[in-house]
Design a protein around this ligand. Structure first.
Ligand SMILES: Cc1ncc(COP(=O)(O)O)c(C=O)c1O
Length: 383
C-alpha cells in the first residue's frame, strides 16, 4: 500500500459538516506536476471545468495552467470571469442562443458533427474551429464513460470523413480516456494515426482530450512526453498539441467531511446514518460505481466494527456497505471521505432538499477557510 498523501492525514475538525474541503498544498503539488509535464512535452495543458470547477482556487491554478476548457456558456463564462486565461470549448450540441456568447469567449471551438459545424461556421467570431473525432477505440470498462461504444453520439468516425480536412476546420479533438495511463494513450494514438493521420497532416492543432491520470502515483510521464514529441514529429504542421484533464487537476486534493447522525441496527446489519448523501453529494460513487475511501476504514476484508454508511436521502440505495473501523462509531463523530474534489463536487444536487455541503479551503498554513455555505434559497432557486 502506498503512503497516505498529506491531505489524508490533515486535520479538518475546524470545517463545518458537511463540507468539501480542498487542500491547497495538494492542489499546488498537482499543478507543479502538470506544468512540469507541459514544459517537458511542449503540450498545452488546460483544465477541464466539467471535472474541476473549484473557482475559489483559480488564483493558484492560473499560476500553472494557461487556460480552461468549457462545455457550455456557463463554463465558458466561469473561465473568462474567474480564470482569465485561454478558453477552449467543446459541447456535444451547442444551444443556439448560447453559441455567440461562447464564440466571443473561446479561442478554439470543437464541433461534434459536420452538420453542427456547418450550422455555426459563419458565427465563429474569429475562433479556430475543430472537429471531435471518434477513433472507435477506448479502454474504458464502464459503458457510461465510454465514448466509443458502437453507435456513439460523440465524435465523427473515419467513415464520416473524406480524404481532406473539411474546409474551415483547423483542429481535431479526441477524448477517449478515463483515468488512464500513458500506455492507453499510446495504443489510442495508434488508432488515431491509422484512421485520421492524413487529416492530422493538414491540421493546425490536436486536442487529446482528458482522462490522462498524470497526477496519479506511477503515471509514466516520460512516455507521455515521448508520445507528444512523436505526434509533433509526425505532423510538423501542428502548431499546438493540447491536453485538457479535469480529474488530474483535482486528483487527491480534498475531502468531503460528514458526521454520524444515528446508528440503525437491522438484524446483522448496522448502518451509520450520515449528514452526507451518496446520491446527492457523491453521485459519481453510484454512477461509476466505486467505493469511496474513508479515513480510518480498514476495508471490507478488515476485522473490526462493521457498518454500512447510510446517506441522507430516502433513496433505498443511498448507502455503501462494509466499512470497517477499529472502534464503534458514535453519534456526532466525523467521517472524512477522500478524493472528493474532482467531479464529485461539481455533480451535487439538493435531492430530498438536502443541503449542499459547504465549500472550504485548507490553506497551506493549515487554516480552514470556509468560502461558502448553502441553505434554503439555494434549494428553492433550482426547482
Ligand atoms: C471532451 C472532454 N474533455 C475533457 C474531459 C476531462 O476528462 P478528465 O476529467 O477525465 O480528465 C472530459 C470529461 O468527460 C471530456 O468529455
Amino acid at each position: 500500500m502506498s503512503a497516505p498523501r498529506p491531505y489524508e492525514a490533515a486535520d479538518y475538525s475546524a470545517a463545518p459538516s458537511p463540507a468539501f474541503v480542498l487542500d491547497e498544498a495538494s492542489l499546488r503539488a498537482n499543478l507543479e506536476h502538470l506544468r512540469q509535464v507541459a514544459q517537458a512535452s511542449g503540450a498545452k495543458i488546460i483544465c477541464a471545468l466539467k471535472g474541476f470547477a473549484f473557482y475559489e482556487s483559480f488564483e493558484l491554478v492560473r499560476q500553472y495552467l494557461p487556460g480552461v476548457t468549457a462545455s457550455s456558456l456557463s463554463e465558458a463564462r466561469l473561465g473568462k470571469e474567474e480564470f482569465g486565461g485561454e478558453v477552449h470549448a467543446y459541447c456535444p450540441a451547442y444551444i443556439p442562443a448560447d453559441f455567440d456568447g461562447i464564440a466571443q469567449i473561446a479561442s478554439h471551438i470543437t464541433f461534434n458533427s459536420l452538420p453542427e459545424f456547418e450550422r455555426y461556421r459563419d458565427r465563429l467570431a474569429g475562433s479556430s474551429a475543430g472537429l471531435r473525432i471518434n477513433p472507435e477505440y477506448a479502454e474504458v470498462e464502464t459503458d457510461l464513460y465510454n465514448p466509443c461504444v458502437p453507435g456513439s453520439r460523440l465524435g465523427v468516425t473515419e467513415a464520416m470523413l473524406g480524404p481532406k480536412l473539411p474546409p474551415g476546420i483547423e483542429g481535431l479533438h479526441f477524448h477517449t480516456l478515463c483515468e488512464k495511463g500513458a500506455d492507453t494513450l499510446s495504443r489510442t494514438l495508434d488508432h488515431v494515426h491509422a484512421r485520421f493521420g492524413h487529416l492530422l497532416a493538414q491540421a493546425k492543432w490536436l486536442n487529446m482530450g482528458g482522462g490522462h491520470a498524470i497526477t496519479r502515483e506511477g503515471y509514466d510521464d516520460a512516455l507521455l512526453v515521448q508520445l507528444v514529441h512523436d505526434v509533433k514529429r509526425r505532423y510538423p504542421n501542428l502548431e499546438s498539441v493540447i491536453l485538457e484533464p479535469g480529474s488530474a487537476v483535482g486528483w487527491q486534493t480534498g475531502v468531503l467531511v460528514g458526521t454520524v447522525l444515528d446508528i440503525v441496527q437491522n438484524g446483522q446489519t448496522r448502518t451509520a446514518m450520515l449528514d452526507v448523501s451518496f446520491s446527492a453529494h457523491m453521485p459519481d460513487t453510484l454512477e461509476m460505481p466505486y467505493r469511496p475511501a474513508v479515513v480510518g476504514d480498514l476495508g471490507p476484508e478488515g476485522e473490526g466494527e462493521r457498518y454500512h454508511l447510510g446517506g441522507q436521502t430516502c433513496l433505498a440505495g443511498d448507502f455503501k456497505p462494509d466499512y470497517v473501523f477499529d472502534h464503534e462509531l458514535e453519534v456526532g463523530e466525523r467521517l472524512v471521505f477522500l478524493d472528493m474534489i474532482h467531479y464529485t463536487m461539481v455533480k451535487t444536487t439538493t435531492f430530498n432538499g438536502v443541503n449542499l455541503p459547504a465549500i472550504a479551503i485548507r490553506r497551506e498554513s493549515g487554516e480552514i477557510d470556509v468560502r461558502k455555505t448553502f441553505g434554503f434559497e439555494d434549494y428553492k432557486r433550482r426547482i
